[in-house]
Design a protein around this ligand. Structure first.
Ligand code: AHG
Ligand code: MN
Ligand code: MN
Ligand code: MN
Length: 336
């Protein structure tokens, strides 16, 4: 019991040892973790807390907002805005960037959030989560603009997610590997339960929404067809499939045991690069996956190299076990 390492201790020791975590960033991560605890409690209460169902509004992407999408967004804003560590925030659930009110000091960091990932699973009691990405505010004594957020994923200084499942687990990177913390509800603290997470390079598991098969591009179809052919096919092994439809849960499975996750571009919306959002879904997950030895591309390019042009822009996502991601990427490059 006494040698348990709390998130606080983990961050303090990291700050002391290698200066990976400046004071403001440490505060930011503690505050995000605290907000995730609050969201976790709301999620657990479910119908008893009156948090299920639709809020009756739409977000900038035209998705119907659930009550918990809005509650989680508000919890994250209220927890973060007064601490003096943020210059501004951006969220899936807010059309425009959120500026820190003048009554609070302005900090050095930009926080991007998917407050509640897996909205379609809220009402059916299946794992959901929160995803976050942290960037540094570019230098300059001026107001914050949307442009300041438009940095490629490789500029992130911290990224993580919290999955609200049978356990509540916070998964974090500050650029020197991936650590997992499990929420101890009695103690009210996140406890380090796995450090230096590594994803196996090979896998027999894929995660993709198969109902979109008829809309896929040829390289994706080729890869999945080969997986489905099993032992007798070119891959000479049987594959299993899982699709939770909460990116956090699907990625968490891969973090734990390997696998490949894909939400590729498809013909339903030919003018959009994909369904998932680059800045607060794909980038943080891509960095976590790379930090755990995996890979993440949009089929042609490393996700973290993509230069964003819009806050809410979308991207094709292929991530997970390195050898499988390399294979799918190769199929795209061969197709030209
Ligand atoms: P969000 O709930 O934050 O809008 O994200 C939903 C995403 C992601 O979590 C998941 O991988 C995907 O949508 C599921 O999409 P389908 O319903 O098309 O399977
Ligand atoms: Mn949504
Ligand atoms: Mn999401
Ligand atoms: Mn969301």
């Amino acid at each position: 019991m006494s040698n348990r390492i709390s998130l606080t201790r983990y961050l303090v020791e990291k700050q002391r040892l290698d200066d990976h975590i400046p004071g403001q960033l440490r505060l930011l991560l503690e505050v995000v973790a605290r907000a995730c605890k609050t969201i976790s409690h709301a999620v657990n209460k479910g119908a008893l807390g009156g948090v299920l169902g639709s809020a009756g509004s739409e977000n900038v992407q035209g998705e119907v907002q659930k009550k918990l999408d809005i509650i989680a967004n508000e919890v994250l804003i209220e927890a973060n805005e007064w601490g003096g560590h943020l210059a501004a925030m951006a969220s899936e659930e807010m059309n425009n960037i959120y500026l820190i009110p003048n009554r609070y000091p302005r900090g050095e960091y930009l926080l991007l959030i998917d407050p509640l990932d897996g909205s379609s699973n809220i009402d059916v009691n299946v794992s959901i989560g929160t995803i976050f990405s942290v960037l540094r505010m570019p230098e300059g004594d001026r107001g914050v603009e949307e442009n300041d957020f438009l940095q490629p994923g490789k500029c992130q200084v911290a990224a993580g997610y919290c999955v609200y499942g049978p356990q509540t687990t916070l998964v974090l990177t500050v650029g020197d590997g991936v650590a997992m913390f499990t929420l101890d509800r009695e103690m009210g603290s996140f406890v380090l339960t796995q450090d230096a997470v590594q994803i196996p390079a090979d896998t027999r598991e894929f995660a993709i929404n198969m109902s979109n098969m008829r809309h896929w591009d040829a390289p994706v179809k080729r890869y999945i067809d080969e997986c489905l052919a099993g032992k007798d096919g070119p891959r000479a092994k049987d594959f299993n499939m899982r699709w939770v439809a909460s990116m956090v849960a699907d990625v968490h499975r891969i973090m734990t045991r390997g696998g490949i996750f894909m939400y590729p571009w498809d013909k339903r919306e030919p003018n959009k690069p994909g369904k998932l959002r680059l800045m607060y879904e794909a980038n943080p997950m891509a960095w976590l996956i790379e930090q755990a030895g995996g890979a993440a591309t949009n089929g042609r390019e490393r996700i973290m190299d993509v230069q964003p042009t819009q806050l809410h822009e979308r991207v094709s996502v292929i991530l997970g076990s390195r050898n499988e991601v390399d294979r799918v990427t190769q199929y795209h490059l061969e197709a030209g």
